[in-house]
Write a protein that binds this ligand. Structure first.
Ligand code: NAP
Length: 283
């Protein structure tokens, strides 16, 4: 009997750096599924046509990374609620002959947070979000869905935080000027770095945690390095931390299910193979 392998992949421009193939191919092997997950370089000008052509192939679906998430959203015949909330898609899959644009970033951000803090604590606390780019939108969407009652947003360029706050337009979310970021640190139970500051090769985030609450959780979305300068400072002050790799893994799990028909095996923890791939550069 011939077994037809199930194919999926990740599209970006460039794409060679993506960790998603390491993650999904590891899960495929652990689950014993005959399949493969392949990186595809897709040029931004051709992306919408390339995505629409998925319906004419045997590819089950694709994840989509920078800078193609807007085109992925446009290419879908329909969009899920999570994709509509963000206006961008990181996952395209086929259902009943239609191409569905979906976004797993909010779920990916929320899952490790819920495990660590619990819904009750989140619904009775306040959050500070640092950064006003694409990741920040997913973070805000997730925090609002989780019912966090007070959310401050601060960004190095104040105007971008103010813009994002007025786009989202809910009373529980407000912008704090960058100059007052440390006042906001002192008021937050949850501090999220959704900025690029602190990534390997970039400057550390210019925020002191000296006045942070002793029970505050510091969630840094960055996963290279594994322990960011912000997380190091938090640890030295006895604060709890959560790193970005948990989010990376948690946003991939629902995509895996959509492409291959089942969740990755619960006992298959890809953390170490991902760090090996980051350390060696081998994908
Ligand atoms: P983006 O759209 O390019 O936004 C970058 C943000 O970082 C902007 O708000 C920018 O502020 C801020 N920033 C850059 N350098 C800074 C500095 N030195 N000091 C203070 N702020 C600085 O990027 P993104 O897509 O939102 O991604 C942001 C981070 O999240 C990246 O590090 C990415 O790796 C991480 N991320 C992780 C996951 C995960 O699964 N763990 C998923 C998505 C993203 P300005 O507006 O002032 O330029």
């Amino acid at each position: 009997m011939n077994i037809i392998p199930k194919l999926a992949g990740v599209c970006g421009w460039p794409i060679h750096h993506s960790l998603s193939p390491v993650l999904h191919n590891y899960w495929l092997k652990q689950a014993g599924i005959a399949g493969a997950y392949i990186p595809f370089a897709v040029s931004p000008e051709d992306a919408i046509d390339a995505f629409r052509a998925l319906k004419r192939t045997s590819i089950m679906g694709v994840n989509v990374t920078l800078p193609l998430k807007g085109q992925a959203f446009q290419a879908g015949d329909i969009a899920t609620d999570d994709a509509q909330k963000l206006g961008v898609a990181n996952c395209l899959y086929k259902s009943k002959g239609q191409l569905v644009a979906h976004n797993t970033d909010m779920e990916g951000f929320a899952a490790p947070l819920l495990e660590r803090m619990g819904a009750n604590q989140l619904q009775n606390g306040s959050a500070l979000v640092i950064g006003a780019g694409g990741a920040s939108r997913a973070v805000l969407g997730a925090l609002l869905s989780l019912g966090v009652p007070e959310i401050c947003l601060t960004n190095r360029t104040d105007a971008k935080a103010e813009d994002l706050v007025s786009q989202v337009d809910v009373p529980s979310l407000y912008a704090v000027p960058w100059a007052q970021r440390e006042i906001a640190v002192a008021r937050a139970d949850l501090i999220i770095n959704a900025s690029a500051a602190g990534m390997a090769g970039k400057r550390a985030l210019d925020i002191s945690l000296a006045d942070a609450r002793s029970n505050a959780l510091i969630y840094d979305l960055i996963y290279t390095p594994r322990v960011t300068p912000l997380m190091k400072e938090a640890e030295s002050r006895g604060l709890q931390t959560l790193g970005g790799l948990e989010m990376l893994i948690a946003q991939a799990r629902p995509s895996f299910r959509l492409f291959y028909g089942q969740l990755p095996p619960a006992e298959a923890d890809p953390t170490e193979i991902l760090f090996d791939a980051l350390r060696t550069g081998i994908r």
